[in-house]
Design a protein around this ligand. Sequence first.
Ligand code: HEC
Ligand code: HEC
Length: 347
Amino acid sequence: MSFNFLRHISPAIIAASCLVIAAPAGAEDLSAWKLPAVPVPADNPQSEAKIALGHQLAFDTRLSKNDSISCAGCHLPFAGGGGHTPRAFGHGGELGRWAPTWVNSAYSTSLFWDGRAASLEEQTGALIDARGNHMGPISAPPEMAGDVPTVVNKLNAIPAYRKAFNKAFGEDATPGNIAKAIAAYERTLVATDSPFQRYVNGDDKAISKAAKRGFDLFRGKALCIECHTAPLMTDNDFHNIGVPQVGPLAEDEGRYAVTRDKDDMGAFKTPTLYNSASLAFFMHDGAMSTMQQVIEHYNKGGDAKNKNQSSLIEPLKLSKAEVADLVVFMETLTDDRLNRIHRPELP
Ligand code: HEC
Ligand code: HEC
């Protein structure tokens, strides 16, 4: 299958940087795991006014056709920023894919499960691409099905929004300003206050002994680190890990639909694991619903019958106690602040 709003993008550039800093004797140096400062594009600097406006827009159903659904309607803060149904429901009925978390998407070098969008601004669907198409949820027919010029007019007709756009951008709402405000808001959804981040920043008591054992497994026997690399818990790359195909699609080609490279058949973006312990579902098609199930999938070596599965996936021989420790470690990646975001008052 392929998405009609698909367009070619250049492959993600994976910058592997290696930082070696001498650690004090006895203590392990974990600085490689510190979340870095969020990259901010030069043409969209962060400002309080912009972030507050983006927060409102992300919760406002008026960005969709018939004022029916907002971004937060599919990216639920209380469910780790992901969807509450295994496949997202939008104007086109059930989509083939599950809504991934927007937590830490600020760091992504490419967006969507197949990496077809290059920036958070572009991802919103408010902008027009080189071929004159909109892509992304606001305008994508199966998602919010909004008509961007109509949305712009709707917002400019609301005096408080018009004022807020002028405060943030010095002008009325435009497609570009809508994209910029939402992206600026998304750049604040970063899990810097998770117990694991407190731990790598020097608070040894921030995570339990079981979690520390889980972290060692994550970096050792369980092989998670092959793809969920430091510091972001993702290599921003694409792999086929043998997830069963469920939902309305007979087959989801994943990254192959973007690159047409056979090695990418059924490969999906490595997700960030931050706040993933709060998710209601997991994987591109929501095929799994507990962290236990996810780890059991890896433990049995994924799907040995899947011809395109990555050679990095192999049986792990983790004991029950080791699986439990890994689950405890995954829970330390949750920044509770991001699960408690509320709908702001809307103008
Ligand atoms: C109908 C449900 C739905 C709505 C509404 C929706 N999304 Fe999504 N979102 C999804 C699905 C499904 C995906 C994955 C699609 C894919 O990979 O092809 C996604 C992907 C994303 C991603 C990519 C994350 C990543 O790690 O690659 C971001 C960011 C995002 N959405 C933000 C938004 C914003 C901002 C809005 C509002 C303008 C929005 N979404 C509205 C369902 C939705
Ligand atoms: C070969 C690379 C690779 C390895 C090794 C790997 N992962 Fe993944 N992980 C991925 C990819 C790619 C996905 C998404 C796959 C999909 O949706 O089809 C994923 C998905 C996940 C998810 C679901 C998150 C979400 O937002 O849906 C969790 C949780 C996870 N991995 C944890 C782990 C753990 C724990 C380990 C070690 C036991 C591990 N991974 C090993 C690449 C890998």
